[in-house]
Design a binder for this molecule. Structure first.
Ligand code: ADP
Ligand code: MG
Length: 619
């Protein structure tokens, strides 16, 4: 039986021809991307059909498997790709393959117009969709039959030179079959091995079976829907690399499903490395959202809290409406529910892991602790679950080892109302600083914070288990007397008061308040920051970042009434006031140096010479 219709000739839209000329004459070397483009179109068509199957009763050839079949014929020099997807009607053929109505090619043309030249590069970047077939084709034939029950089959033919033809073609099955007659110089694409490599490279996670000459090549499946005990370590790793476009190995993996309150299947990974820490830009959300294997959004914003942006993987929920758009997604109560469920589950998992394998968790925390800290400071909903996951070094840990806040509290005496911390660039700096000695002498543990985010966390948390989080360089801490040597000489209270007043007069507006303090042990004096808004460490950081201007804060000076130097000074004040003033100024500057607050040490040098001169005088 022969068809009655004649091939109907059409001209390509001018823009299409322009695009085709670029594609055909380009020297683009990675012509192989045409395989990726056609495979992705086939997958799209199958995906669309799967959508339809949910709502449409009457679909042509409804029993056909949702798969992609690719065949190569080395002798004939052809490449063929067939899908059982939605297919195209005559109108759709004209619209889709004769004009530029679709996104990819439009963007390509626009980029070409903007860049002027270098088209080769742009082809790879954008992919030029269906038209990329003409990079390798002498002739392209598209056989297609729409899913509509009352449709007809067609054959679209073109050599990419100005025109194409459409004729009816009988005996077509639903979907699309594209036959490429390869150019001489592109005959490599009729080789099975060559195509297999290309498919592995680009199309391994196509959500439908891709068969090459009868053999399935994409063996990676929607793992999240399978049962855990059927899945091997290697399969998980392979899935991670393909689905998450990763090059490293996952550090943690959480595969779980839930039925209530929402039905969902999820496979989440913590990557091996933190890309942001390695200097990459801020990451996009990495947990893709699916509904029954159909991708809704690769990078859904508003699903997980910002600080979980380091997570990668997939979440699939059949409760999601299929037609949810990216715009409405962000406000969807359901999405928020899913997000909360995932977050809670992930936090619970991390908590378990932190106990199960301390070392692995330490390593994780070194790389990803930053995100948890961000969460602890900003995510009020999950704060209580996040804080136990935080780790800090302290005056009682070995260098490089960390403690939890709970362990800190366990070690502390019951009556201790506060958790103390000190901020500094590293352990040495804090240990050599002026503030630790008072705490050491009293056996009080101090957390060591090295990152600016740490201070931010402490300020936002305020307290943990009813213990206030307090910076150890605050001026209003009452640490109580320390029972050192009971016979040690000390100034009387009245003497301390008078000496403090004298200091205050001599130092002028360099200092806010001067007082005696039993906080001190080995040092004669200590300055304390009165500026609650800017700690000494923050100030150091701002200076390091090149902040201009006078950042010197108002400080309080505390004197150690037991220190020999202070005891002597009380007497010297009357005997030789000139020298006493110089000594007092020097004590103050030394305390400022210890606190990292002295900006210009030069005036000091002259004063030291004067003091030395007095000290070396013969009586
Ligand atoms: P894009 O995929 O970005 O839309 P393409 O140039 O790859 O652009 O494809 C153009 C259009 O042709 C597609 O949007 C689709 O409507 C149609 N099309 C291409 N291949 C197929 C196919 N195998 N089955 C059904 N429609 C297809
Ligand atoms: Mg496409």
């Amino acid at each position: 039986m022969s068809t009655a219709t004649q091939p109907e000739k059409h001209s390509f839209q001018a823009e299409v021809q322009q695009l085709l000329d670029i594609v055909i004459h380009s020297l683009y070397t990675d012509k192989e991307i045409f395989v990726r483009e056609l495979t992705s179109n086939a997958s799209d068509a199958l995906e669309k059909l799967r959508h339809l199957q949910i709502t449409e009763k009457n679909i042509h050839d409804d029993r056909l498997p949702l798969e992609i079949n690719i065949t190569t014929d080395e002798n004939g020099g052809t490449f063929t790709i067939q899908d059982f997807g939605i297919g195209m009607t005559r109108e759709e053929l004209v619209e889709n393959l004769g004009t530029i109505a679709h996104s990819g090619s439009k963007a390509f043309l626009k980029a070409i117009k903007e860049s002027g030249q270098n088209n080769d590069n742009l082809i790879g970047q954008f992919g030029v969709g269906f038209y990329s077939a003409f990079m390798v084709a002498k002739q392209v034939k598209v056989y297609t039959r729409s899913w509509h029950p009352d449709g007809t089959g067609y054959c679209w033919t073109s050599e990419g030179k100005g025109e194409y033809s459409i004729e009816e073609a009988e005996g077509q099955r639903r979907g699309t079959k594209i036959v490429i007659e390869l150019m001489e110089e592109a005959k490599e694409f009729a080789k099975d091995a060559r195509i297999k490599d290309i498919l592995r490279k680009y199309s391994s996670f196509v959500p439908f079976p891709v068969n090459l000459n009868g053999e399935k090549v994409n063996t990676i499946q929607a793992l999240w829907l399978r049962s855990k005990n059927e899945i091997s370590e290697d399969e998980y790793k392979e899935f991670y690399k393909f689905a998450c476009h990763a090059f490293d190995e996952p550090r943690y993996r959480l595969h779980f499903s839930a039925d209530a309150p929402i039905a969902l299947n999820s496979l989440l990974f913590v990557p091996g490395d933190n890309m942001e820490r390695m200097g990459m830009e801020r990451q996009e959300p990495g947990v893709a959202l699916y509904c029954r294997k159909i991708l809704i959004d690769q990078h859904p914003k508003g699903l997980l809290p910002e600080w979980l942006r380091f997570l990668k993987g997939v979440v699939d929920s059949e409760d999601l409406p299929l037609n949810i758009s990216r715009e409405t997604m962000q406000d969807s109560a359901l999405i928020q529910k899913i997000g909360r469920l995932l977050t809670k589950r992930m936090l619970k998992y991390l908590e378990e892991e932190s106990r199960k394998n301390v070392e692995a968790y330490e390593e994780f925390f070194t790389r990803f602790g930053f995100f948890l800290k961000e969460g602890a400071a900003t995510d009020f909903t999950h704060k209580d679950q996040i804080v136990p996951l935080l780790r800090f070094e302290s005056s009682l840990t070995e260098p490089g080892k960390r403690t939890t806040l709970a362990e800190y509290i366990e070690r502390a005496k019951e009556e201790q109302k506060e958790i103390y911390y000190l901020v500094g660039p590293n352990r040495k700096a804090i240990e050599n600083g002026p503030y630790l000695e008072a705490f050491k002498a009293r056996n009080l543990e101090v957390l060591f914070l090295y990152e600016s985010v740490d201070e931010f966390v402490m300020n936002n948390l305020h307290e943990y288990k009813e213990k206030k989080l307090v910076s150890a360089d605050r001026d209003d801490l009452d640490l109580g007397d320390v029972s050192t040597d009971p016979d040690a000489r000390s100034l009387e209270e009245a003497e301390v008061k008078s000496l403090a007043q004298w200091f205050r007069d001599k130092l002028g507006d360099r200092v806010a308040e001067v007082s005696g303090s039993n906080r001190l042990v080995d040092s004669p004096a200590l300055v304390l920051n009165t500026d609650k808004m800017m700690s000494a460490s923050m100030r150091r950081m701002m200076k390091a970042m090149g902040q201009e201007g006078d950042l010197t804060p108002k400080v309080n000076l505390q004197l150690n009434p037991r220190h020999p130097l202070i005891l002597n000074l009380a007497g010297l004040r009357n005997a030789n006031e000139g020298l006493a003033v110089k000594v007092a100024e020097q004590i103050f500057d030394n305390a400022m140096i210890a606190a990292g607050l002295l900006d210009d040490p030069r005036p000091m040098v002259d004063r030291i010479y004067q003091i030395l001169e007095e000290a070396s005088k013969k009586d």
